[in-house]
Write a protein of this length. Structure first.
Length: 197
């Protein structure tokens, strides 16, 4: 019973944290982006400092010292939000979408010239891919805000589904307990056993 009670508490904690994160991402997408950049930057600084300490204590490989220093500098740049890392990532994804979209567009035109119906659909999807990629590259900040809002909505939906599942499991457990209690009271289930050697 203690194990089930622990699972229930863990499930409730996950639901509450997910709901809080979802609301925060939805209401404050800019602050969410900045907080994640700050956490990422701090983790890079810590990793770099550990590398520098490791070099000073035992490593003595100059390559690890240089890598650690670069990691600390990059962490400082990211955590001070000089470069919003998430905007950079969105920009890179946008460029990749454009490249893949252009490549697929060329293939789609060839397929269409071969008079296959699939080619027109592929051309439309390629153009959409190029359009989304161009939008992401041109508007990294707005795209990042939209991504955080969508992520917030997804987390809120997930937490609501978690609450519904939690309530359903609670009801099922109560039904099973009631059924077992009734069966024991009616003598349908033997509660005492006999040891057979």
């Amino acid at each position: 019973m203690k194990y089930i009670s622990r699972i229930k508490k863990y499930s409730l904690a996950v639901i509450i944290v997910t709901l809080a994160l979802g609301l925060f991402f939805l209401i404050f997408p800019d602050k969410s982006r900045d907080a994640i950049s700050l956490l990422f930057g701090i983790s890079l600084i810590a990793s770099g400092l550990i590398g520098i300490i490791n070099y000073a204590v035992k490593d003595k490989f100059i390559g690890s010292l240089i890598t650690s220093i670069i990691t600390v500098i990059l962490g400082i740049v990211i955590s001070t939000n000089v470069i919003p890392i998430i905007n950079v990532i969105v920009g890179i994804i946008g460029v990749m979408l454009i490249i893949f979209g252009v490549f697929n567009l060329v293939v789609s035109v060839r397929v269409t010239l071969a008079r296959l119906l699939f080619g027109w659909l592929s051309i439309l999807l390629s153009l959409a891919c190029i359009g989304f990629g161009g939008f992401a590259v041109a508007n990294t900040n707005e795209t990042t805000v939209a991504i955080f809002r969508l992520l917030g909505i997804a987390l809120i939906v997930y937490s609501i589904l978690g609450i519904i599942s939690f309530i359903q499991v609670q009801r099922l457990v109560k039904k099973v307990n009631t059924a077992v209690d009734v069966a024991v009271a009616d003598g349908e289930i033997e509660t005492e056993g006999t040891l057979i050697e």
